[in-house]
Write a protein that binds this ligand. Sequence first.
Ligand code: SAH
Length: 345
Amino acid sequence: MSEKRIVLKNLREDELKEFMVSIGEKAFRGTQVYSWIFKGAKKFEDMKNIPNSLKEKLAENAEIGNIEVELKLESKIDGTKKYLFLLPDGNIIETVMMDYGDRVTVCVSNQVGCRMGCNFCASTLDGLMRNLEPWEILDQIMKVEEDTGKRVSNIVMMGSGEPLDNFENSKKFLELVNEKNGLNIGYRHITLSTCGIVPRIYELADLELPINLAISLHSPYDVKRAEIMPVAKAYKIEEIVDACRYYLKKTNRRITFEYSLIRGVNDSEKEADAIAALLRGMLCHVNLIPINEIDEKDYKKPDKVFIYKFRDRLEKHKIPATVRISRGADISGACGQLRRKFQNK
Ligand code: SAH
């Protein structure tokens, strides 16, 4: 047996056909196997119109690639589901499913842990274990669909990890999830969130995929931003905004700026004014997220009145802004908290 067997869920349909040819089979076998995988086949034995000889050959050279549900929690407040998935190497990741009725959004993790070190975030407390493979990102969505019987319409790459720190695998994941005979989720329904790794934003823009870009801003001031997000020491806000303008030119997609409001840290109206000055004239909107308080840090969210004052101030400057209502609060819905609790046990 070869040491590193190929994982079929890492392949697009055309690549799977090529793979079949490379092991001496007809290309149409690739189409058949691809279709079985997306019908939910877990083992080669489940693939009915595939000859036994090919099944054996596949079992020798390849695996389908499956992550497993380790734990599932469902919010009594809003039906949000949170999954802990077990990876083949024993690592655990978390995935969130939000059902809004007219759309079903899945928030996928991109890495096991994270090395960006944002101060307020639970995912980064233990650093980065490893990158996720493209199929491990894809399979989070497949397993949620299988578990809920619902078709996922939207994806947010906002789970644990930094997608632009796992660029090649994220890029491949985007290709996989967009496959016609696969999950067939359109680029316009996908949002990639980044803490602002500037060169990679340009690289992403050059792919010219119409995915939505979200930037974790969290402060309009470089010095303060660097206090809460170490990555800000490497890239100035002005550079991020320039990269966003380039992204807009390439994709014509409205940029989202995420702004986690922390009481007494970044929630003054002066800061709202500075954000407005920074973003003036750009096709964008600001998503305000009252900080999710995590046990390890003493950051607090502002009182509701201040949150809405902040929003109103932005809107007064003609910057569209929304307050993101946190979902799944009763199931450690936010930002890497569940995995951490589970692993600490
Ligand atoms: N690494 C990417 C994506 C993962 S985090 C990024 O930085 O954008 C997704 C969003 O949740 C980011 O805006 C992040 O700053 C924010 N976030 C992380 N922990 C949070 C917390 N405890 N409360 C509120 N927002 C948080």
